[in-house]
Design a protein around this ligand. Structure first.
Ligand SMILES: [Zn+2]
Length: 325
């Protein structure tokens, strides 16, 4: 904790300019024990059986201090300069080792999804802590109201392709791979009504070199991981907890890959966060210096492909009604 740090005491602690990682900067921001959570997390109690494709307005944000004195909390916040597409996570990128001993980053892939994502949000709120969410573009168009809850709770949001295609699949040409990346960001932007962070995770952690280069040219950071929970293979929540704790105890720190899409992960999270706290681990919040710049071509394509509503597509009669003359 840096309780004394006020305002924007920042210092660039690292800058790398080699190889594919043209430039990357991680800045330390003021950390605070204060935390904000939203009334939107309450919707975790409302199970949903089927996708609800109707966008809903973002829930009202009511910022309150952390009410849990034993919460895991947030150890510190780092700001990422994504210029040149820096890579994070030792499974693929070893240059930017910014985490200190016993620091972890919580990451959640493949949402937003009913029940499980709201459950993850509820747990994170109870522990006054945070993570990075890497939603699938299509899922964002199915459940924009859930993704808005993720944003309203103050978590960092990146993207994870449009349809979770494996970008190393030889059947995809280069344009199709770029389209997967770009439409993923455009869909998340559509769902949120604002551009997400330029943070990207490849499906199945498959990193075709030409797409790594492309993301660099787009100034989008790439997130691999330091330890994979393999939660999608777990047959029960306890397996997720045991796998993560075994690996993090061995490594001492790391970016943890989980899936808010997965039921077992949502169920495992309360106990897992207790174990991390008991083990002396601190959560690092990662934010981007500036949002991603989506490309207009793909913003338009997702509207066309998904037949998503836009304000401009509404007929005048549905916007303006004469009440009296
Ligand atoms: Zn995934």
């Amino acid at each position: 904790m840096l309780a004394a740090a006020q305002g924007r005491a920042r210092g660039i602690i690292m800058r790398i300019a080699t190889g594919l990682i043209v430039a990357g900067a991680v800045s330390l921001l003021a950390s605070s024990s204060a935390w904000s959570q939203t009334a939107g997390a309450k919707s975790a109690a409302a199970p949903q059986a089927a996708p609800a494709p109707i966008p809903a307005p973002a829930p009202p944000t009511a910022k309150v201090a952390c009410a849990n004195p034993n919460a895991l909390g947030i150890g510190r916040t780092v700001e990422i300069d994504t210029t040149g597409g820096p890579g994070f996570g030792f499974e693929h990128f070893k240059q930017l080792d910014f985490l200190r001993d016993h620091e972890v980053v919580l990451t959640f892939d493949d949402g937003p999804w009913p029940v499980n994502t709201p459950s993850v949000l509820k747990t994170l709120a109870e522990e006054c802590t945070t993570g990075i969410f890497f939603p699938i573009g299509k899922h964002a168009t199915y459940h924009p109201e859930i993704l808005k809850q993720v944003a309203a709770a103050g978590h960092t949001i990146g993207a994870h392709t449009w349809s979770h295609a494996n970008l190393s699949n030889k059947k995809l040409n280069e344009d199709q791979r770029k389209e997967e990346i770009e439409k993923g960001f455009s869909a998340v932007k559509w769902a949120l009504g604002t551009a997400p962070s330029p943070f990207f995770r490849f499906p199945a952690l498959q990193h075709p070199p030409e797409m790594v280069t492309y993301l660099g040219s787009r100034n989008i950071a790439i997130f691999s991981c330091d330890l994979d929970s393999f939660d999608f293979k777990a047959s029960k929540p306890q397996t997720v907890i045991d796998t993560v704790m075994r690996k993090v105890d061995k490594l001492g720190k790391g970016i943890i890959l989980m899936h808010d899409f997965q039921k077992h992960t949502a169920e495992a999270l309360p106990e897992l966060l207790h174990r991390l706290k008991a083990g002396g681990f601190k959560v690092v919040k990662m934010i981007a210096k500036s949002p991603v710049q989506t490309l207009p071509q793909y913003d338009e394509e997702i509207l066309k492909d998904s037949k998503l509503p836009t304000v401009s597509s509404r007929p005048v009669s549905s916007v303006v009604q004469t009440i009296s003359e």
